[in-house]
Design a protein around this ligand. Structure first.
Ligand SMILES: [Zn+2]
Length: 470
């Protein structure tokens, strides 16, 4: 068989890997949006595929995040009519995330081009420029075929697939693909995005059953999470210092899927333990509201701590003092209100979404804190904030950074360098001929490669290079 990595090669977005078998089957693993800051035109970067979408026989989707699923409706729009295999929660979440991706595309469009047109032409311009419409999203979801974890499914005469829980977000899977070629059967495993061990809500990632070839993520290659402190204590300390001692606002940028639920669950734990100060908590992301319901629906797939909590209290996320901001006007009024509070809002890297309003309002308030709760890619506003600058430019206006900018990686949804090495060691055996490293910046990929056993013949994926796996 042959493998070509068409995305997430030297980058962390745009995951898309093409597997071609000797029998001529063409399987695509993930079909995500590429959205690095340096190339801001999302639509043009993703519009054309380096292969014929009509020639793809099936897609395997590892999880719902938009950098893995976000270009599927475009693939469907361009003629792909096969099945998209994923877990049941991934099917549910992907529908929501794809609708949200239309909003992301609109926000990222070249506003100057749009501004030059008359008002009537603006709407036409936007709809013509989008990668896809709601019609294509609906069609994409209809093509999804669900497969539970740990069940083997024969998708073609010569190809079987198996999902194991990757522990990254709800529904995330690593996939083992078994391909029969002449008299020989070969296996290739794709980790998808892996979760961090001992994370909130999610189970630890399940190793793949030692495939012949392993395609692994390396987001945190060469980097280590800070350890030692319970995330409950981290949040409590920030709330105490900012909201109680200084009557300020604690602003937490968080992704709507995964991170937001982990933070709310942690605050709920503090609440039932009687440790949460009498401060209002606001969650401000329309997508997070839908996603949170989904986590409650699939509580059986969460870790033992979450299941036990749910059994005891009947709810994972709902508690007094937690308020949901439904519309932008309400969001703005809370942002401007001087009352101390905690606001959890998307997006996590402070690129787009309602979080921008909260950061803008509070960045020059010395009593407030912006708590970055995860990875911020270089070039994003979150990354810029972490540089410790005295001033930043928002909406063409220079503003002094007086709020404290803090960071915690306690909620990280990816394993660090050590976690990756442990996982790869468990997921590889004597038969493992090659490890291909994807989903990371070049430095992280190189650090992981250097640390792996030479017998694994690790290689950092190059975009478009064809790997002959025989
Ligand atoms: Zn992900």
């Amino acid at each position: 068989m042959k493998l070509t990595c068409w995305g997430a090669a030297g980058t962390v977005t745009g995951s898309m890997h093409l597997l071609e078998t000797e029998s001529g089957r063409r399987i695509l693993v993930d079909c995500g949006l590429y959205y690095e800051k340096k190339n801001k035109d999302i639509t043009e970067n993703n519009r054309h595929f380096p292969f014929n979408p009509r020639g793809i026989d099936a897609v395997i989707l590892t999880h719902a995040h938009i950098d893995h699923s976000g270009n599927l409706p475009n693939l469907v729009n361009q003629g792909f009519d096969g099945k998209i295999y994923c877990t049941p929660p991934t099917k549910d979440l992907t529908g929501y995330l794809l609708e949200d991706s239309v909003n992301i595309q609109m926000a990222a469009m070249d506003k100057t081009t749009v501004r030059k047109k008359s008002h009537k032409k603006i709407k036409k311009n936007i709809s013509e420029s989008l990668l896809y419409s709601y019609k294509h999203i609906k069609q994409t979801v209809e093509q999804m075929e669900m497969l539970d974890y740990n069940q083997t499914l024969s998708i073609f005469d010569d190809i079987e697939i198996l999902f194991v829980n990757a522990g990254h977000i709800l529904g995330a899977a690593s996939v083992l693909i078994k391909v029969r070629e002449e008299n020989e059967t070969k296996t290739i495993g794709f980790t998808g995005d892996l979760g961090n061990n001992h994370s909130k809500l999610m189970i630890d990632p399940i190793p793949l059953p030692q495939p012949d070839y392993l395609v692994t993520e390396a987001t945190y290659g060469g980097r280590f999470h800070m350890t030692g402190k319970d995330v409950r204590d981290v949040l409590l300390e920030e709330i105490q210092n900012t909201c109680v001692n200084q009557s300020g606002k604690l602003i937490i940028p968080a992704f709507s899927v995964g991170r937001t639920q982990a933070i709310i669950f942690t605050l709920h734990q503090l609440f039932v333990e009687g440790r949460l100060p009498n401060i209002k908590i606001y969650t401000d992301s329309p997508l997070a509201i839908k996603t949170t319901r989904m986590y409650e629906t699939y509580v059986d797939l969460l870790n033992e701590e979450a299941k036990a909590f749910h059994k005891k209290y009947g709810e994972l996320f709902e508690f007094d003092r937690l308020y949901t901001l439904l519309n932008p006007e309400h969001s703005e009024s809370i942002s401007l209100d001087p009352e101390p509070c905690v606001i959890i809002s998307a997006a996590g890297m402070v690129e787009g979404g309602r979080i921008q309003q909260h950061v803008r309002t509070n960045i020059s308030n010395a009593n407030s804190t912006i708590l970055i709760a995860g990875y911020c890619a270089e070039g994003t506003f979150g990354h810029l904030l972490l540089q410790g600058l005295s001033h930043v430019v928002i909406n063409k206006k220079e503003r002094p950074v007086l709020a404290k900018v803090r960071q915690t990686d306690g909620f990280s949804a990816h394993p660090d360098h050590k976690g990756l090495l442990d996982y790869i060691q468990k997921s590889s055996g004597e038969n493992t001929e090659k490890v291909i490293i994807v989903h990371s910046d070049p430095e992280s990929a190189a650090a992981l490669k250097d640390a792996l056993n030479p017998q694994l013949h690790a290689e950092v994926a190059e975009r478009g290079k064809v790997y002959e796996l025989n």
